[in-house]
Design a protein around this ligand. Structure first.
Ligand SMILES: [Zn+2]
Length: 300
């Protein structure tokens, strides 16, 4: 009995101090992940080299947040579009096509390891036709922003447009949000589930085309013990996700970032704090009626 107690005590209280990640290593991810994506896109690294770099970075993140554990049955999400729910997911979830996906090889085409989440925007001004307002993108979970792009220009051939990558500190793994109009977070920033991180937009080569309906493209990659990424179909989670009408109440959501608070503070000390943008949030009604918003076509 005593032995069991001692074991549990050690497990609970000693394990969190075993991280040997240095600030320098941590910053190598914060400062290096976007460059890795760019190098992959521009074929500056072979798929093998890219995978090795990625694995190195994921080892560091796993080490920095050892309490993050992937268990698909335990994942709780905030729905990523404020005021929306799973009925806005394109094709009722059928848009998820993982086959042939390779993060490290841009030459491989045809997969769509993501869900596209649509809003009603007939005139394509990125405002919700029901409210006349832009739609906030909310972080689905607690995490660390490890890359953003906010300089996408009209006409650019780059397909992701303005994007955000977040390392999920609750579940492990990576979230990728694409095509945003505006980004409100910076690399290195800690975000909470339900926090406003962007506005839904039409950035990205295909997303900007008139043939595309305004949407958020969202991927989750599980990371295995060797640091390899595997896309996950998030539709089940999205069906159970909490709809927020106002991100200021995100603090009530579980799970919240409690793990390794002290370490996090230490780690991000030299990263300048970001002021939340001053934006007045209007309450908007969630979509009513039973009809899902249909995706007219599959989007990338
Ligand atoms: Zn997509």
């Amino acid at each position: 009995m005593v032995k069991i107690f001692v074991f549990c005590f050690n497990f609970l209280f000693l394990q969190k101090d075993t991280s040997s990640v240095t600030h320098k290593e941590y910053l190598s991810v914060i400062n290096g992940y976007k460059q890795l994506l760019v190098d992959i896109r521009e074929y500056k690294l072979s798929p093998h080299q890219a995978r090795e770099k990625f694995q190195e970075m994921m080892f560091i993140m796993k080490e920095a947040y050892p309490s993050a554990r992937y268990d698909s049955a335990q994942v709780q999400l905030c729905f990523p579009l404020m005021g929306f729910d799973f009925r806005a997911v394109g094709g009722n979830g059928s848009g998820y096509i993982p086959r042939g996906y390779d993060l490290f090889d841009q030459a491989k085409k045809g997969s769509h390891p993501a869900h596209d989440i649509f809003m009603k925007d007939k005139n394509q001004d990125s405002r919700d036709d029901r409210t006349g307002d832009y739609v906030p993108v909310l972080s689905t979970t607690d995490g660390i922003v490890i890359a953003i792009e906010n300089g996408w220009q009209t006409g650019s051939e780059y397909r992701g447009g303005n994007y955000i990558w977040i390392y999920d500190i609750t579940n492990g793994g990576l979230w990728y949000y694409a095509h945003q109009r505006e980004i409100y977070v910076k690399t290195g920033q800690i975000v909470r589930a339900g926090q406003k991180i962007a506005l839904v937009g039409r950035t990205g080569f295909n997303a900007a085309m008139p043939r595309s309906d305004t949407h958020l493209h969202m991927t989750f990659l599980r990371i295995d013990d060797d640091g390899n990424p595997f896309p996950v179909n998030t539709f089940g989670w999205l069906k159970q996700a909490t709809t927020l009408l106002d991100p200021r109440i995100a603090i009530d959501l579980e799970p919240i970032a409690t793990a390794r608070k002290v370490e996090i503070q230490k780690i991000v000390k030299s990263i300048p704090a970001i002021k939340e943008p001053k934006i007045a949030f209007k309450h908007i009604k969630p979509i009513t009626g039973d009809e899902p918003v249909k995706s007219r076509r599959r989007l990338r």
